[in-house]
Design a protein around this ligand. Structure first.
Ligand code: MLT
Length: 412
C-alpha cells in the first residue's frame, strides 16, 4: 500500500499567503464595490518593471539560444561560471569577504533553497527558529518530520523557538539549550529588524562552540543603508566554518517572477556524520544539486549577471530607493496613527503593533474592510507575532501614498 507523508497533516491549514488570498477573495466576492480599490501590501512581491540592463541581457541571451552556433542545452547544475564569478566577486570579494566562485550555487529561489537544504542534514538535529518567523523554515521542517505536533498557537513540539520581541529589538539571542541548526534572517522578514555585528558574532560563537550550523537568510541585504550593519554572515570571523548563506535576486533585481537566487556553502564548513566523523557540507550540497536539479535557465542567469553591470547596479539602487521611499511614507503614516512601529529603515517590511485587545487577524479584517488594504497578520509568522501586522513596501508610489492616506483615515 502506498503511504503518504503524514507529516503534512501536522501543518497548519494553509501556507500563510494563499490563506490571505483566500480571505481577500471571500471579501471581494461578497463586496464587489471594494474589489476595485483593494491595495495589496501583504506578500512582499515587487511591482516595478525589470531593469533595462536585465531586459537587454535577456533579449541578447534569447537571440543566442536562437542561433545554432550559440545555442545551449543543459548547463552546469550549480550555475554558469560567469554568474558564479559575478556573484562571488561583487557581493563578497569586493567587500573583502572570502568566497570562492565554486562556493556559490545558483538556484531558482531562496524559498526553495531554505527548504531543500534539509536534504543534506540528518533527521535528529535540534532546529531553532525565530518567532515570528518566515513560515517556510518551520513548514519545511514539519514536512521533513523534524517536529512533533503543532499546538493551537502554531508552536511545534521539538523546535527551539527564539522569541523576537520589542524588548530584544526583534533580534534573537542565543538559547541556553542546545540547537544544532539555527535559522537566522537579517534584515528580518517579517519584523524588518537588522542585527548588529556584535549580535551576529554572538551567534557565530555559539555555533562554533556547539558544532551548530547557522542557515543565514540574507534575501533583503540590499535594503541595508546603514554602513555599520553587516550584509553577510561571512563578515563575522569564523562564519565560514559554521554558516550557509541564502541570497536572492527577487527583491533587489525585481526577480520574483523571473526566479533566480543562490546559496553560499563554504568549503570549510563541516558537520558530523552518523559515526561522528566531521565531513564537509559542500560536496553533499553539490551532489544534491546535480542529482535533483538541472540548473537555472541560461537566459535567466544572463539576466542575473546583468544586475552586476554598472548600469544594472545603478538600476538596482534606484529600485531599492523606490521601495525604501515607500517605506518612509508608510512608516510616517503608521506613526501618525499613534501605533508603535518597527523596521522599514534598513528593510522593506514595516512591523506594526496593533491596537491593544485586537488579534492580528482582527486587525487584518479591520484594515481589509475599513481601508481596502491587505496587510499580513503578525500571528501568521508565529505566536510572538500576535497583535502585530506587517506592511510590505513593495508597491507603486501611487499605491503607497494612497495606503498612507487610508491608514491615516481609519478609526484606530
Ligand atoms: C513575504 O512576503 O514574506 C515574501 O515575499 C515571501 C517570499 O519571499 O517567499
Amino acid at each position: 500500500m502506498a503511504r503518504l507523508n503524514s507529516n503534512y497533516f501536522k501543518l497548519k491549514a494553509g501556507y500563510l499567503f494563499p490563506e490571505i488570498g483566500r480571505r481577500v477573495k471571500a471579501f471581494t466576492d461578497a463586496n464587489p464595490a471594494d474589489a476595485a480599490r483593494m491595495i495589496r501590501c501583504g506578500i512582499g512581491d515587487v511591482t516595478e518593471p525589470l531593469p533595462a540592463a536585465v531586459r537587454a541581457a535577456m533579449h541578447a541571451a534569447v537571440d543566442e539560444m536562437g542561433a545554432r552556433e550559440s545555442f545551449r542545452g543543459y548547463g552546469p547544475e550549480q550555475g554558469y561560471e560567469f554568474l558564479r564569478r559575478a556573484i562571488a566577486e561583487n557581493d563578497y570579494r569586493a567587500r573583502g569577504i572570502e568566497v570562492a566562485d565554486d562556493e556559490i550555487f545558483v538556484s531558482d529561489g531562496s524559498k526553495c533553497d531554505c527548504g531543500n537544504i534539509l536534504d543534506i542534514f540528518g533527521h535528529d538535529n535540534r532546529i531553532a527558529v525565530m518567532d515570528p518567523v518566515y513560515p517556510v523554515y518551520v513548514d519545511t521542517n514539519v514536512m521533513a518530520g523534524h517536529t512533533g505536533a503543532g499546538d493551537e498557537a502554531g508552536l511545534y513540539d521539538g523546535l527551539v523557538y527564539l522569541p523576537c520581541t520589542a524588548e530584544n529589538g526583534f533580534v534573537a539571542t542565543v538559547p541556553h539549550e542546545r540547537a544544532d541548526i539555527i535559522y537566522l534572517c537579517y534584515p528580518n522578514n517579517p519584523t524588518g529588524a537588522t542585527a548588529t555585528r556584535a549580535q551576529l558574532a554572538a551567534w557565530v560563537d555559539y555555533a562554533l562552540a556547539n558544532d551548530a550550523v547557522i542557515l543565514f537568510d540574507a534575501a533583503y541585504e540590499a535594503y541595508i543603508g546603514d554602513p555599520e550593519i553587516p550584509h553577510s554572515i561571512y563578515e563575522i570571523p569564523g562564519a565560514r566554518k559554521c554558516a550557509v548563506e541564502f541570497r536572492s535576486f527577487s527583491k533587489n533585481g525585481g526577480f520574483t517572477g523571473v526566479r533566480c537566487a543562490f546559496t553560499v556553502v563554504p568549503k570549510d564548513l563541516v558537520c558530523a556524520d552518523a559515526s561522528g566523523e566531521y565531513r564537509p557540507l559542500h560536496p553533499l550540497w553539490n551532489r544534491r544539486f546535480s542529482t535533483k536539479f538541472n540548473g537555472v535557465g541560461y537566459v535567466t542567469q544572463r539576466a542575473a549577471e546583468a544586475l552586476y553591470s554598472p548600469g544594472g547596479k545603478s538600476e538596482v539602487a534606484a529600485l531599492i530607493g523606490h521601495y525604501m521611499g515607500n517605506a518612509a511614507i508608510l512608516l510616517e503614516a503608521v506613526r501618525a496613527c499613534g501605533l508603535a512601529v518597527y523596521g522599514g529603515t534598513n528593510a522593506p517590511y514595516i512591523w506594526v503593533r496593533g491596537p491593544q485587545g485586537l488579534t492580528s487577524w482582527e486587525i487584518f479584517d479591520k484594515v481589509l474592510t475599513g481601508a481596502n488594504v491587505v496587510v499580513t497578520p503578525g500571528s501568521g509568522f508565529g505566536p510572538a507575532g500576535e497583535g502585530y501586522f506587517r506592511i510590505s513596501s513593495f508597491n507603486t508610489r501611487e499605491n503607497a501614498l494612497e495606503v498612507s492616506a487610508r491608514l491615516r483615515a481609519l478609526a484606530w
